[in-house]
Design a protein around this ligand. Structure first.
Ligand code: ATP
Ligand code: MG
Length: 253
């Protein structure tokens, strides 16, 4: 396996606060990489640094050998690094199909020439959106307004919209938050399907059972600092990790 997405000495300070503090790690192509840590550990900030939403105070983000540090979010997205959000970000008054179609068209507009004329873009938007909805098992709801969906399906719709941009890497920020156990199990299955399509997933998640069961390797942050990196069994047994979670709201499974 080759180094795919690499973080090197990545740091972000907000005034005096070291939200992300000297994080280095290499994610391999094809692996499902987890990032965990107590509330405020810097996980979302790390995503913001990778996607260009925030500029790092120091350090580098390297994607497939290219330095992408400091690129604007749309430039990072064009390279194939796309994120989902902790809260849902959907067009509530549009249909499920329309939501995904819009996300697809947005990408198509950014890449003129690749897909031919407008009419053709509309047609492929329709087809691609249908395929993505099927992948997420949302196709039966495609005519409904997004606001009518149960919360779990709304979150999945957010994932569908991210997928419509055809990412190479999907950064997922707490996809299981607010989902019921059935939806969470379905999410686990979805990860496997995405992976078999060659989409790399970086997963930030508090649901330890999910993280431990799906991730190949896990990075643990505490107060912005990496305190452990390894396979789930190594992480579970790591004294520093256990210590970081003691007394916190989170439990390590
Ligand atoms: N824009 C900002 N300005 C100032 N401080 C910030 C900003 N964004 C985040 N922080 C602080 O940085 C630290 C890391 O926050 P971050 O949101 O990355 O944590 P997190 O690990 O995602 O937490 P959670 O599990 O609660 O989502 C926190 O102390 C937070 O208050
Ligand atoms: Mg967060």
């Amino acid at each position: 396996m080759t180094g795919f997405l690499e973080l090197s000495g990545l740091s972000k300070r907000f005034r005096g606060l070291r939200a992300v503090d000297d994080v280095s790690c290499r994610m391999d192509e094809g692996e499902l990489f987890g990032i965990i840590g107590p509330n405020g550990a810097g996980k979302t900030t790390l995503f913001n640094l990778i996607t260009g939403t925030l500029r790092p105070t120091s350090g580098e983000v390297i994607f497939r050998g290219d330095r992408i540090t400091g690129l604007k979010p749309d430039a990072v997205a064009r390279r194939g690094i796309v994120r989902t959000f902790q809260a849902t970000t959907i067009f509530r008054d549009a249909s499920v199909l329309d939501n995904v179609r819009r996300a697809y068209l947005l990408r198509a507009m950014y890449q003129p020439g690749q897909l031919g004329g407008y009419r053709e873009k509309l047609r492929s938007a329709e087809t691609e959106a249908g395929e993505v909805l099927e992948l997420l098992e949302l196709h039966r709801m495609s005519g409904q307004n997004a606001r009518e969906l149960p919360y779990g399906s709304q979150k999945l719709l957010g994932v569908a919209m991210a997928l419509a941009t055809r990412p190479r890497v999907l950064l997922m920020d707490e996809p299981a938050a607010g989902l019921n156990p059935n939806e969470t199990r379905a999410l686990g299955g979805l990860f496997q399907r995405l992976r078999s399509r060659g989409i790399n997933i970086v997963l930030v998640e508090h649901d330890m059972r999910l993280v431990m069961s799906v991730c190949d390797r896990i990075l643990v942050l505490n107060y912005g600092r990496p305190i452990a990196l390894g396979r789930p069994d190594e992480i579970r047994a790591d004294p520093q990790v256990i210590e970081a979670y003691l007394g916190g709201a989170d439990e390590i499974a």
